[in-house]
Design a protein around this ligand. Structure first.
Ligand code: PLP
Length: 388
């Protein structure tokens, strides 16, 4: 079998060689405890501080101390939502959207079960929000905690976070955004945008799995969910994962250096892929707002075929793609994001997400374009519903 063509980068990315190189000495030489008083530990603490500055720079945070290192994007999301709710006290009104990742919907539904009021905003067929509805909910008179993602992991659709943050703040609420899929792909800056809390995840931007960060604007109160030592200024106890923190810092630095070039490269490949698929596969359509999308992501529905069958047949010929969120795959339920967008029934089960990275090549795309139409044609011939 040909070596894999990996077009599933919203699920996870390859660790950049520069990142691996930066990490290794923290296993072999610099393995001190950053909380130690001696210089062997102190030098490691300085490496953490340097990484914190790089993460802060990627998202335009004013101060590195606004960055809290976590274990993953899911932890950052949980920490933001539950930490803000606990810190506010009482029963704030929660606002989110139907298309969030499970790492946001999970804590929101948990709190709803505990008696909190939860408003879940709908999206239209392009995956966009009705900002007037958000305004209405944000002005409900109660203190609110709103969590709205910056870019969708399944469709790549980008929400207008500056406007959304402004609306939430006008209503006096706390605003969290899950920036896991946009960080490192497009420029974002919290400096001039009213965001209180923002999540990122290392393994989506060429750092390893098992490291993430939460931005908490100065003055934003969050109750820690891991209590113990004074690490992360008392906001998350536990001896730091030094090698991966250094790796995340390096990945953020690389992303900043290469962002424009990488984004253009991914956009060119994505456009070539979409044009080729639409020209060769009957009954294909692209889901999501084409004007406001991540450059690396396309979500394509194929009428009257099963997405899981497409994925398995692509896998057989060495192509790794997905039907949507890696967390939801394994269940045969159609994607909650596409259902929220009212994707027609005949298209709902046959959706594939292709997500690219700086390491993809034109040859990768041509390989997909050679094999995918044959697979779709074969599956259509087997489908009892297809009439072509
Ligand atoms: N939020 C979004 C939008 C994601 O796509 C993901 C992962 O797919 C997460 C959160 C969770 O991140 P992690 O895998 O680091 O826990």
């Amino acid at each position: 079998m040909k070596s894999s063509v990996y077009v599933d980068n919203n699920a996870t990315t390859a660790v950049a060689p520069e990142v691996t190189e930066a990490i290794l000495p923290y296993f072999t030489e610099h393995w001190g405890n950053p909380s130690s008083m001696h210089n062997f530990g102190g030098s490691v603490k300085r490496s953490i501080d340097a990484a914190r500055e790089k993460v802060a720079a990627l998202i335009g945070a004013e101060h590195p101390n606004e960055i809290i290192f976590t274990s993953c994007g899911s932890e950052s999301d949980n920490m933001a939502i539950r930490g803000a709710v606990d810190a506010i006290g009482g029963h704030p009104h929660l606002i989110t959207t139907r298309v969030e990742h499970a790492a946001v919907l999970g804590p929101c539904h948990y709190l709803e079960d505990k008696g909190f009021r939860l408003s879940t905003l709908e999206v239209d067929e392009k995956g966009n929000l009705d900002l007037e509805k958000l305004r209405e909910k944000s002005m409900s008179g109660k203190k609110t905690v709103a969590s709205v993602m910056w870019a969708n992991n399944e469709t790549g659709v980008i929400f207008p976070i500056p406007e959304i943050g402004t609306i939430v703040k006008e209503g006096g609420g706390i605003f969290h955004t899950d920036a896991v899929q946009i960080a490192g792909k497009l420029p974002i800056s919290v400096r001039n945008i009213p965001v209180d809390l923002l999540s990122i995840s290392g393994h989506k931007l060429h750092a390893p799995k098992g490291i993430g960060a939460l931005y908490a604007r100065r003055g934003t109160k969050i109750t820690p969910h891991i209590m113990g030592g004074h690490q992360e200024r008392g906001r998350r106890a536990g001896t730091e994962n030094v090698p991966y923190i250094v790796g995340l810092g390096k990945a953020c630095e690389l992303a900043m250096e290469r962002m424009e070039k990488d984004a253009q490269h991914e956009r060119n490949l994505r456009d070539r892929l979409e044009a080729g698929v639409l020209a060769t596969c009957k009954g294909a359509r692209i889901n999501g707002d084409l004007e406001s999308r991540l450059p690396n992501t396309t979500n394509i529905s194929f009428e009257y075929v099963e997405g899981e069958a497409i994925i398995l047949m692509l896998d057989d010929v060495g192509i790794c793609a997905s039907t949507g969120s890696a967390c939801a795959s394994g269940s045969l339920e159609p994607s909650h994001v596409l259902r929220a967008m009212d994707v027609p029934r005949s298209m709902l089960h046959g959706s594939i997400r292709f997500s690219l990275s700086r390491y993809n090549t034109e040859e990768d795309i041509d390989d997909v374009l050679e094999k995918l139409p044959v697979i779709i044609k074969r599956l259509r011939e087997l489908s009892p519903f297809a009439n072509d």
